[in-house]
Design a protein around this ligand. Structure first.
Ligand code: 13P
Length: 340
């Protein structure tokens, strides 16, 4: 295992002012996104949409890496350049989603465990030859009054650690993503307790399975009030409780925490990252690995029309720039006005 290379890649992904674009929507998820703008999810349309994002001039100032899906890492731009090569030529590191989804966990009340370990060593070797230098594996946990169960935390942590160790052997930085879902009417305090349990189980397994922490990144949820809760915590409260949670359970050896947006609005995802970066000191880089919060305005502007491509690129660049500002706590809501 080349530990120097792994930690250099992990640090490059959380370089100051930059963060990750999650463009690894599975076939089902991208169809949902395209349905929302009335566009058919054909291979050509998916390629045209990803081309638009990856050829946005100036985005590389704010985007350090892009997470791709299996189909996308094998596709080429409209100009015929393989996507991983196109990204690398702009100083953007290609990444790949390698889990195969959350499946029902036996003997539980509808909880899930994320699968994808079978054959993973060979798949990682192939992705490395295709240019991937980091990967993502997402586990999910739903909050009810009594769930998640410890079994769900442990089963997912075990799989995440096995994935992480295999990635590092293959020269690929694993992003470990234990996502506590925010659907529900739970309080932010309950969200903190559940997030803490998920992180504790995760780091226990990462230590047990000898994963090299400086060559990893953590992709967690922010600690939020349940989306249906009547009491919604303020951005400052979200920032304070999130940082408290991570200080309690994420080792300082981890170079960066790259948040998912998880259904927050674009502005909330940016403002809360900004608020966290204003709270110093903390031992990690605090960055973004957003899917929806980076792409939503671009998708809406595009609508599948070639004539809208430049407006869509401008919308994507704008969000990337604002999140770049949130990386060092210099975002202000006034910057939301286009052209600011
Ligand atoms: P969202 O930012 O849309 O939650 O997606 C990030 C991601 O990659 C989830 O796995």
């Amino acid at each position: 295992m080349n530990t120097n290379e792994l930690s250099a890649t992990a640090r490059a992904l959380v370089a100051p002012g930059r963060g990750i674009l999650a463009a690894d929507e599975s076939g089902g998820t991208i169809k949902k996104r395209f349905d929302s703008i009335g566009v058919e999810s054909s291979e050509d349309n998916r390629r045209a949409y990803r081309d638009l994002l990856f050829t946005t001039e100036g985005a590389s100032a704010f985007i350090s890496g892009v997470i791709l899906y299996d189909e996308t890492i094998r596709q080429s731009s409209l100009d015929g350049v393989p996507f991983p090569q196109l990204l690398t030529s702009q100083g953007i590191i290609p990444g790949i989603k390698v889990d195969t989804g959350a499946k029902l966990l036996a003997m539980t009340d509808g909880e899930t465990v994320t699968e994808g370990l079978d054959g993973l060593r060979d798949r990682l070797a192939e992705y490395h030859t295709l240019g991937a230098r980091f990967a993502k594996w997402r586990a999910t946990y739903s909050i009810t009054d009594v769930l998640p169960s410890q079994l769900c935390f442990d089963a997912n942590a075990h799989a995440l650690a096995r994935y992480a160790a295999l990635c590092q052997e293959a020269g690929i930085v694993p992003i470990v993503e234990p996502e506590v879902l925010m659907e529900g009417n739970h309080t932010i305090e309950r969200s903190r307790v559940v997030s803490t349990s998920a992180l504790e189980a995760l780091y226990r397994e990462l230590y047990e399975q000898r994963v090299f922490l400086p060559g990893t990144l953590l992709k967690p949820n922010m600690v939020l009030s349940g989306y249906e809760s009547k009491t919604q915590a303020s951005d400052d409260e979200v920032a304070r409780l999130s940082i408290e949670t991570f200080l309690h359970s994420v080792p300082a050896a981890v170079p960066g925490i790259v948040f998912l947006s998880g259904g927050q609005t674009d502005e909330q995802a940016t403002a809360r990252l900004d608020a966290m970066n204003k709270l110093v000191p903390h031992p990690w880089q605090l960055s973004f690995s957003y899917g929806r919060a980076l792409q939503a305005p671009a998708l809406k502007a595009w609508k599948g029309e070639p004539a809208n491509v430049s407006a869509a690129k401008a919308a994507f660049l704008h969000r990337a720039k604002l999140n770049g500002a949130a990386r060092n706590g210099s975002y202000t809501p006034e910057m939301e006005a286009v052209g600011a």
